[in-house]
Design a protein around this ligand. Structure first.
Ligand code: BES
Ligand code: MN
Ligand code: ZN
Length: 492
């Protein structure tokens, strides 16, 4: 979709386009329009948020449709509200098959107009590359978006970084949507290598490299996969000092999770192609940071592996040695994410000495039982770090809820045979997500650290908002991007 910002007052004559505008509950419309709306909607459209009215081929305007979006009271509309308006306008224009959308935003600040354009772009995402004959309903009819504003230049400037953010969200959605026969670990590495963003450094540590590093925990997950396990290291160095300690992210990149020998039940198993959602969010955030040349050093360590089954697979009872030297008794091969992250955390901490380290993973089903689909679980013993992550998520509409990770739960993962075991035994699923966080903690060492368990919001089945079409959400990209950005120009 081509997006442009233009001035008002053009002669609007395009029967293939929809004209759309917000209607505020407390701002009167021109009399003629107000009475047309009154008649057509029987008085039921007053500009409430979530409400809309569509006039197809209105007699008084030379456009294919007039789309009115309820915007609530004028003073209450924030950037997120403008995103919703852009998303709803785009969705309605596309539902009616129009080829263009003209979004009229008179007297709207450039930042708000830019967010409306972002909302429209985010809502226009579809993943249909494997459909040989996509139906009209699979695609978005709108190919051009013209945003009519007071100051097009200022809007363009405000939109540029948001456009990069949307690129990052789309990268994450693409990676999560792609099935595991296509996005297997080696293909994932190739895709990362192919990211062509000036200044974004990409490095792949292949299986031989991981063996040399002693990554016995990560490698154990991939034993039965025909594909090489790897780490992808993404670096953006935009700070004044390129050697200054970075903000670091470590992602779970399990391209498919069968459960391994502790095999998962069949129902819903296809969703386990999305078990790399944490790593995808990190890749998207790094892309967005690089696209706007953020003045910050950031690094992403993606732990990319397939949890397959086969004769060579990791077994329950096996003891593996992690990169840190810690030994792990594998009780359940389906608790593989923490095995992968353990070595990612060690590697990241040892090599980059980061200011803070945040891991992101679709780690447990238990977190979904606690929080549902709209919140990621946040675990950290660092209160300020937790607050900063929650605030970043709140600002971007990617919500986090802090959950406890008490030291007392360490007793559940004490092993008779090794330093630790990978799951609790004898307490069912009690505190499963908290115990996973406890498992990870020693691998973070004394680096300020937080763990985000995003099983719920990474892959809901239905659309949660107009800007998030059904399917992969790209959850985490915006949150991580904002969190990293909050360190801009602050000396370590
Ligand atoms: N990838 C899963 C977690 C998951 C489940 C994400 C459902 C999204 C939807 C993870 O590897 C896993 O299997 N976790 C187990 C842990 C258990 C064996 C302690 C789980 O949650 O059941
Ligand atoms: Mn698993
Ligand atoms: Zn998993």
């Amino acid at each position: 979709m081509k997006i442009t910002f233009v001035s008002h007052g053009r002669d609007m004559a395009d029967p293939t386009a929809a004209a759309a505008m917000p209607v505020f509950e407390d701002a009167p419309l021109p009399q003629a329009l107000a009475s047309a709306i009154e008649r057509a909607t029987n008085g039921r459209f007053g500009g409430a948020p979530g409400a809309s009215a569509v006039f197809l081929a209105p007699a008084w305007l030379d456009v294919g449709a007039l789309v009115l979006i309820g915007a609530g009271p004028r003073a209450k509309l924030d950037d997120a509200g403008f995103e919703r308006i852009g998303g709803e306008a785009l969705t309605l224009a596309s539902t009616h098959g129009l080829k263009g959308l003209i979004l009229r935003l008179p007297e709207i600040a450039p930042q708000a107009a830019a967010h409306a354009a972002l909302g429209a772009r985010l809502s226009a995402y579809r993943f249909h590359r494997h459909k040989t004959k996509p139906k009209a309903s699979d695609t978005v009819s709108v190919a051009t978006l013209e945003v009519e504003v007071d100051d097009p230049d200022a809007c363009r400037d405000a939109f540029a970084p948001l456009d990069g953010l949307a690129d990052g969200v789309f990268l994450a959605r693409d990676l999560v949507s792609e099935p595991a026969n296509i996005l297997h670990p080696e293909a994932y590495a190739v895709r990362m290598k192919a990211l062509d963003i000036p200044g974004l450094e990409i490095e792949i540590i292949d299986e031989a490299g991981l063996e040399a590093l002693g990554a016995g925990s990560l490698l154990s997950v991939g034993l039965a996969s025909p594909y090489q396990t790897c780490m992808a290291v993404l670096r953006w160095r935009g700070a004044a000092d390129p050697e200054a300690p970075p903000i670091a992210f470590v992602g779970k990149g399990v391209t498919f999770d069968t459960g391994g020998i502790s095999i998962k039940p069949a129902a819903g198993l296809e969703e386990m192609k999305a078990d790399m959602g944490g790593s995808a969010a990190i890749a998207g955030a790094l892309l967005a940071l690089a696209a706007r040349k953020a003045r910050i050093n950031a690094v992403g360590v993606l732990c990319i592996v397939e949890n397959a089954i086969g004769g060579g697979a990791l077994r329950p009872g096996d003891i593996v040695t992690a990169m840190s030297g810690r030994t792990i008794e594998v009780i359940n091969t389906d608790a593989e994410g923490r095995l992968a992250l353990a070595d990612g955390l060690t590697y990241c901490r040892d090599r980059f000495k980061p200011r803070v380290m945040v891991d992101v993973a679709t780690l447990t089903g238990a977190v979904m039982v606690a929080l549902g689909l709209d919140y990621g679980g946040l675990y950290s013993e660092d209160g300020a770090l937790a607050e900063a992550l929650i605030a970043a998520g709140q600002a971007e509409g990617e919500l986090l809820w802090r959950l406890p990770m008490p030291e007392s739960y360490d007793r559940h993962i004490e092993s008779l045979a090794a330093d630790v075991k990978n799951v609790a035994v004898g307490i069912g699923r009690s505190g499963g997500a908290s115990i996973a966080a406890r498992f990870l903690k020693p691998f973070a060492g004394d680096t300020p650290w937080a763990h985000l368990d995003i099983s719920g919001p990474a892959w809901p089945t239905t659309s949660a908002a107009p800007t998030i079409p059904a399917g992969a959400t790209g959850y985490g990209v915006r949150l991580l991007h904002r969190f990293a950005s909050s360190f801009e120009d602050t000396a370590p």
